[in-house]
Ligand binder design. Structure first.
Ligand SMILES: [Zn+2]
Length: 303
């Protein structure tokens, strides 16, 4: 019994799980005629085929048996599938998963919605995943690499993604071939990338099944608020409080930039809210090497 149900009756009859009873009957009659022992002068191959075709038809033509067969098949080969919908580009920030291990959008939902009507042996693509990554402002402004940790389906290590181990269902993945693991990826952040920009990282989504390709990882960049700097397009704004004496008399002042420190010259009679531009110390322009300015906004201490 157990052996019989490992057969794909749909394939045997050349139909799909959606095929209606009338068409099923037609298909069966065609095949039965072709392989009937009477018309094949006792061929053993034809006889065996005829038996299997009859067996398939017996199960699939009976609503109750077919349902049980479908359920068993789905259970045996249950696996994650690529979500039907494409990522929603207009999704609010809450629609994206957050690292680490937070909202695991991208695979929990489709897993629950898995359709049971797909051939379990068919290669299927891995899930496309979409997450948000909090990136420090200096890295968003100037580019760099961040380690990003997220969870996804990978090929089961135990059975090397085959789903079977020694002829039996792999106990580690229950035959699903895939298993959820936390992975860390070095993600390259382009210099001067816009806040909320979504990076498309090919092949870093969930692993595929039956040799199917991996999914895509969509990573939305969220600039972490910085205690000193604010970014406005390509410029970086920094508020600096100076003494009333320095504001009145002017003089050198050491300030922080995105990467180091530098000394600026405060002019005489500087007023509250006045700005001073430090050229080329802002954020990168359009993923390139040119940079915007650092703008110092003065505040003056009360005496
Ligand atoms: Zn396994």
């Amino acid at each position: 019994m157990a052996q019989a149900t490992t057969r794909n009756y749909y394939k045997i009859l050349g139909v799909t799980q959606k095929t209606k009873k009338a068409d099923l009957k037609k298909k069966y009659r065609e095949l039965a005629k072709k392989y009937h022992p009477d018309t094949n002068s006792g061929s053993k191959v034809a006889e065996d085929k005829f038996k299997i075709i009859s067996e398939a038809y017996e199960i699939l033509s009976n609503a109750k048996k077919r349902k049980a067969y479908d359920r068993e098949r789905a259970y045996r080969k249950r696996s994650p599938r690529r979500p039907k919908s494409q990522p929603n580009w207009n999704a609010p920030p809450g629609g994206f998963g957050r690292e680490p291990g937070g909202n695991r959008q991208g695979f929990e939902e489709p897993f629950a919605q898995e359709p049971e009507s797909i051939d379990p042996d068919m290669p299927t693509s891995g899930f496309d995943l979409q997450f948000m990554a909090d990136v420090p402002l200096p890295i968003v402004a100037l580019g760099g690499t961040i380690p990003y940790t997220y969870e996804k389906y990978v090929h089961c290590e135990e059975c090397e993604g085959t789903g079977t181990s020694g002829g039996d269902e792999c106990p580690e993945c229950q035959g699903k071939q895939l298993i959820v693991r936390s992975v860390t990826l070095d993600v390259k952040i382009p210099p001067g990338v816009a806040d909320q920009h979504t990076l498309t990282i090919l092949k870093e989504g969930g692993a595929g099944r039956n040799g199917g390709p991996p999914g895509v990882l969509f990573l939305k960049i969220c600039t972490q608020p910085h205690p000193k700097f604010k970014r406005v397009k390509n410029d970086i704004i920094q508020g600096v409080t100076i003494s009333s004496k320095l504001a009145e008399e002017g003089g050198p002042l050491e300030i922080e930039t995105l990467t180091a420190t530098t000394t600026i010259q405060v002019e005489e009679e500087t007023l509250i809210g006045e700005e001073l531009r430090v050229p080329g110390e802002g954020a990168a322009i359009s993923w390139g090497k040119k940079r915007g300015d650092l703008i110092i906004k003065f505040n003056i201490e009360d005496d």
